[in-house]
Design a protein around this ligand. Structure first.
Ligand code: 5GP
Ligand code: ZN
Length: 112
């Protein structure tokens, strides 16, 4: 399988890791869109939110529940944004489920 994020999980592609446990990994985005821009991913290859299996709910719930700890570790006490781009119209470019954790500046809305 040719997946960049699976390559990062396997350690074949270097990344700037900020958090890791047995089932998830968080690492800095190559092209940061905010002072802090981290991607939080399940180690398991799930292509997108649309392709989650019934049993993946616990894993993704674990991931989301860790976001506040990762944000705190990054010093984002003022708040942050969590984004999951999904599918073509959502402008998802890497087909391995990931959540963008963005912070360190005032966000704006709508996101565009
Ligand atoms: P998407 O566009 O799918 O929502 O987000 C994919 C993100 O992955 C983009 O923000 C892009 O900058 C980031 N990205 C793509 N390739 C790599 C890589 O090899 N390493 C890291 N750290 N980030 C990557
Ligand atoms: Zn993958």
């Amino acid at each position: 399988m040719d997946c960049i994020f699976c390559g990062i999980v396997a350690g074949e592609i270097p990344s700037d890791k900020v958090y890791e446990d047995e089932s998830i990994l968080a690492f800095r985005d190559l092209e940061p869109q905010a002072p802090e821009h981290v991607l939080v991913i399940p180690k398991k290859h799930i292509p997108s939110l649309d392709e989650m299996s019934a049993g993946d709910g616990e894993l993704v719930g674990h991931l989301v529940s860790k976001v506040r700890d990762i944000a705190a570790q990054l010093g984002l006490g003022g708040g942050y944004r969590l984004v999951a781009n999904n599918g073509k119209d959502g402008q998802q470019t890497v087909q391995h489920l990931h959540f963008h954790l963005l912070g360190g500046r005032q966000m704006t809305w709508p996101p565009g």
